[in-house]
Design a binder for this molecule. Structure first.
Ligand code: ACO
Length: 434
């Protein structure tokens, strides 16, 4: 952490002495006030549910400017990474190593990841223990956590080489596990990875091929999937990433930490939103029903939200939503589904919401999930697996953030404080006195 040049003075109206706290400047974005000595000096904590104003770490991986609607991986705008021909593994290398690979580094990285795509043969028994109708996220929480019991040779988190090997294993094996979860749910045989295919093509192959007929890779669909992965690869200190960091802060192994991240991602306010957005579109059903639906959304008592809209950080159009809408066009054209009623409905809903005072005044814009569900459905991915695809994409971000945390000398076990509002100390009364 850089030394501070400016200081903040906190003064109290209750007569406590004021204290000075250092202010640090990031390379971009808001400054932070270092309050680490606050409790020692004043006996007071800060109160910040949901971490609305709290930077829990310093990081040089991903930067979001929510007002501008800008997302940078290691300084590079997401639009350039998604549109200039680089694939998902290139973004993975960037997130993990800080720089884009040159041709030789890329080739070596792709080869290393590709050689780790198989999972231990016994992993299939974990899958077979689940009900066929289990939610894929439940299967993934279990099976990713279970990886720790197979790869003992890379669990020493204090060894940089072990951390590297675990990172590669997680990135390489996630597509295999997600595809296995899908195959199991539909009662088809697991499909082994094919190392002559690209990362995204191999995933499509493991998902959609079967032993009875040849599978032809469709490059347009592969590119769409690859873009979904690039767009979801990292998103700074969101709920699941913070969960991974918090789990990792205790020294837990990376497989356990990523399993914790998957559990957090499952929630409808986070990764579950694309599934919820698609269900919402299906429920609205037709453009004629939009007005009534919007009325419900505005009625606070209804509990209805416009899923795929709003974001804790973006108070402008989510840059990923624009790219996802572009991909939506490409995929629907390729499949001859230009008149897809859900896509038309989504566009009509977006247009109305972007003009409506309720959404405008609250700066609620479409987020990436508004369109990603439609794309995934067109690719043939079942709704219940959408969040699993998100987890597959986000694994690299989680791993990069976990690795950054482990090598940060300022890292401490995460341990928030509380404002206690329960009963003060009291004596346990005898049973007949209660
Ligand atoms: N529909 C209707 N109203 C909304 C929505 C929405 N989707 N999102 C926020 N609001 C309203 C809130 O009710 C609140 O109104 P009020 O000021 O009158 O009380 C105001 O906008 C501010 O919203 P908050 O909930 O305070 O915003 P917060 O930053 O806490 O929440 C969140 C962000 C959780 C993403 C929220 O917008 C939401 O639930 N959206 C729908 C779910 C979704 O799409 N999640 C995906 C997030 S992106 C991702 O994880 C990849």
């Amino acid at each position: 952490m850089t030394n501070s040049e400016t200081k903040a003075t906190l003064s109290f109206s209750d007569g406590s002495p004021s204290i000075e706290m250092p202010i640090y400047k990031g390379s971009i974005g808001p400054d932070v006030i270092d309050i680490r000595k606050l409790y020692g000096a004043t006996g007071k904590f800060t109160y910040d549910p949901g971490f609305m104003s709290t930077a829990a770490c310093n990081s040089s991986i991903t930067y979001i400017d929510g007002d501008k609607g800008e997302l940078l991986y290691r300084g590079y705008p997401i639009e350039q990474l998604a549109q200039n021909g680089g694939d998902f593994l290139e973004s993975c290398y960037l997130l993990l190593n800080g720089e884009l690979p040159n041709a030789e580094q890329k080739e070596k990285f792709v080869e290393t990841v590709t050689k780790h795509t198989m999972v231990h043969e016994q992993m299939q028994f974990f899958f077979r223990g689940f009900r066929r109708d289990a939610h894929p996220m439940s299967v993934l929480v279990g099976t990713v956590g279970a990886l720790a019991s197979f790869y003992h040779d890379s669990l020493d988190i204090n060894d940089a080489h072990h951390r590297e090997v675990s990172a590669i294993r997680l990135i390489a094996k996630m597509p295999t596990l997600v595809a296995m979860a899908y195959k199991y749910s539909i009662g088809q045989p697991f499909v082994y990875p094919r190392n002559d295919l690209s990362y995204s093509a191999n995933f499509m192959y493991m998902m959609f091929s079967n032993p009875c007929e040849p599978y032809k890779v469709n490059e347009v669909l592969v590119r769409a999937l690859d873009r979904i992965l690039v767009l979801h690869a990292d998103h700074e200190q969101n709920a699941s990433t913070s969960t991974v960091r918090l789990a990792g802060s205790s020294g837990a192994n990376p497989f356990a930490c990523i399993a914790a991240g998957i559990a957090c991602l499952w929630g409808p306010a986070h990764g579950g939103a694309n599934e919820a957005a698609l269900s919402m579109l299906e429920e609205i059903g037709s453009v004629d029903n939009i007005a009534h639906f919007i009325e419900q959304v505005k009625d606070k008592n209804s509990g209805v939200k416009l899923m795929g809209f709003g974001h804790r950080v973006y108070k402008n159009y989510d840059p990923r939503a624009k790219l996802m809408r572009e991909t939506c066009y490409e995929v629907l054209n390729e499949l001859g589904l230009q008149d897809d009623p859900l896509f038309k409905l989504a566009m009509a809903l977006e247009k109305i919401a972007l003009e409506d005072e309720y959404f405008v005044s609250r700066k609620l814009y479409p987020n990436v999930d508004f369109y990603s569900g439609i794309v995934q459905r067109a690719l043939g991915i079942p709704t219940a697996l959408f969040t699993g695809i998100f987890a597959l994409a986000r694994t690299v971000g989680w791993v990069a953030q976990w690795k950054e945390m482990i090598s940060d000398p300022e890292q401490k076990i995460g341990r928030p404080r509380q404002l206690f509002v329960g009963s003060p100390k009291r004596d346990v009364p005898a049973m007949d006195k209660r």
